[in-house]
Write a protein that binds this ligand. Structure first.
Ligand SMILES: [Zn+2]
Ligand SMILES: [Zn+2]
Length: 261
C-alpha cells in the first residue's frame, strides 16, 4: 500500500455488508463518495467477519462475492480521485485460527484489520449495560481482553491491530472509573509485539465521535518510547457521515506526542 499522510486515509470503515449496519448502512460506492467529500486520498473498506460467529453461526455471513464486486466497481469508478482498498475486519481470530486463515487465503484481501470484540465465553461489550455491571467484573473482562489481544498481534497476515481500548469505550460511556494505566504491563507487551511483527497501530476515533476523551495519550507515549512509528487512523464509520470523523482531534494528539520528529 502507498504511503499517505495521517489524515488522508481512513483505514477502518464499514458498508451495508457488515451485520451491524446491514439494514441502514451504505454501499461501498457511497462510502467512497463520502471519503472524497472529506478530502481523503484513500479509504479501506473493512467489513466485519467475526470468526467465532462464522464458526458458531451467530450472525448472518458476509456475502463475499457480492461485496467484493461492489468494492471493485467503486475502486474502478474512483480511480485517480481516491484509492480504494478491499479490506476486512477480522474479529476473534484466535478463537478459530484455522478457519480465519482459510478465509483470508480464499479471499485475498488488500488489508486485514485484527480485532477482539469479545473474549472466549464473554459477550461483546457492545451489548452490555455497564451501569449494571460491577467494576470487578469489568476489570476481569479487561484482563482477559488484553490477553487475547496480545495473541492476536502475533497473527502473520494481520496488517493493523484495531481499537486497542475497545471495551473501555463502553465502560467509560457508562461512567465507570477505568484507569487504563492499570494494564500498562500488558499494553507494553502488546505494543512491543506489534512493533516486532511490523503491525500498524490503529488509533480508532469513535471516542471523539461519542464525546468521550481518547484514552490513548499514555499508550501512544509508551508506543513512541518503544520506537513505535506506524500509526494510522480509523473512524470505524458504519455510515457515510462518520467517514474520517474525529481525525482532527486524533491528529492533534499524535502530532503533540511526536512533535519535533
Ligand atoms: Zn471493531
Ligand atoms: Zn469496525
Amino acid at each position: 500500500m502507498k504511503k499517505y499522510s495521517l489524515n488522508r486515509i481512513d483505514t477502518h470503515t464499514h458498508t451495508y455488508y457488515s451485520f451491524d449496519c446491514a439494514e441502514n448502512g451504505n454501499s461501498p460506492d457511497k462510502m467512497c463518495e463520502a471519503a472524497i467529500q472529506k478530502g481523503l486520498a484513500a479509504i479501506i473498506l473493512t467489513d466485519h467477519i467475526e470468526i467465532n460467529s462464522v464458526a458458531e453461526r451467530l450472525y448472518p455471513p458476509l456475502y463475499h462475492s457480492a461485496r467484493k464486486r461492489e468494492c471493485l466497481e467503486a475502486k474502478e469508478k474512483y480511480k485517480g480521485k481516491l484509492d480504494v482498498y478491499v479490506g476486512i475486519e477480522l474479529g476473534q481470530i484466535t478463537h478459530y485460527p484455522g478457519l480465519a486463515e482459510e478465509i483470508v487465503g480464499e479471499q485475498g484481501f488488500d488489508y486485514v484489520i485484527g480485532s477482539v470484540h469479545n473474549t472466549k465465553g464473554e459477550p461483546d461489550p457492545y451489548y452490555l449495560d455497564f451501569t449494571k455491571i460491577p467494576l470487578d467484573r469489568a476489570i476481569y473482562m479487561l484482563d482477559k481482553y488484553f490477553d487475547e489481544y496480545l495473541q492476536m498481534t502475533e497473527i502473520p497476515y494481520v496488517d493493523q491491530c484495531a481499537h486497542l481500548t475497545y471495551p473501555i469505550r463502553y465502560m467509560k460511556k457508562a461512567g465507570m472509573p477505568i484507569d487504563v494505566s492499570r494494564w500498562n504491563g500488558m499494553i507494553k507487551q502488546i505494543l512491543e509485539s506489534e512493533i516486532k511483527h511490523g503491525k500498524t497501530y490503529e488509533l480508532n476515533t469513535v471516542y471523539v465521535r461519542k464525546g468521550i476523551d481518547l484514552p490513548e495519550d499514555g499508550i501512544l507515549k509508551m508506543y513512541k518510547s518503544l520506537g513505535g512509528r506506524k500509526i494510522r487512523l480509523g473512524s470505524d464509520a458504519h455510515y457515510t457521515e462518520h467517514v474520517a470523523s474525529g481525525f482532527d482531534t486524533a491528529c492533534d494528539m499524535i502530532n503533540e506526542i511526536y512533535k519535533g520528529e
